[in-house]
Ligand binder design. Sequence first.
Ligand SMILES: Cc1cc2nc3c(=O)[nH]c(=O)nc-3n(C[C@H](O)[C@H](O)[C@H](O)COP(=O)(O)O)c2cc1C
Length: 209
Amino acid sequence: MNYIENLKWRYATKKFDSSKKISSENLEKLKEAIQLSVSSYGLQLYKVIIVENSTLREKLKSVSWGQDQITEASHLVVFCNYTNVKDKHVDNFLNKTAKTQDMEIKNLSVYGDFMKGKINEMTKSESFNWTSRQTYLALGNLLSACAELKIDSCPMEGFEAEKYNDILGLSEQGLNAAVIATIGYRSNEDHTQNRPKVRKSLNELFEVL
Ligand SMILES: Cc1cc2nc3c(=O)[nH]c(=O)nc-3n(C[C@H](O)[C@H](O)[C@H](O)COP(=O)(O)O)c2cc1C
């Protein structure tokens, strides 16, 4: 199956078969797909929480518009952006770059100062929006990787972020639940799987200049 066929196969799963679990081997592949996601400057200003615990998921369902996927999917993935980006985030990245690419940290200082300057120019809300946008790139990769592995998924914004932040103790870690995804295996009873995709035509969607 090629990439386009995979994308046609996937759909936003409404009903998961709760008896089917993603293997730990496949879960590792999905984690790697998220890890390899692009991010602005490569800073990866987010953390990804994988929730397996059923008690926690019951609590989270009650603040997710009661959507069944939260408890019925194999796993719940919560993409959390950092809410207050500091110089230390850039310094951690520079140290990792120097180590990984066998460079002297001092040779990265001009680039580091540039990044810090740009980041410090942002208002709190601009910075919040910027870091939350990064999580959607990781979400996209997760969805595509799931489709490749024939794992079903549903990207979700139908949840109360502040309640997630409380329940998962995110705020005290400087994190915010930006977007979530449920992943697992579709139930045969999910009739939405047979619905043709509703998409704009290529003509409507694209303009060539
Ligand atoms: C950011 C985002 C948030 C979404 N939130 C929800 C949600 O809370 N619940 C849900 O069932 N589907 C949700 N969806 C699924 C979309 O409705 C779905 O992707 C879209 O209608 C296209 O259909 P398809 O994914 O089946 O091709 C969301 C999708 C995205 C990208």
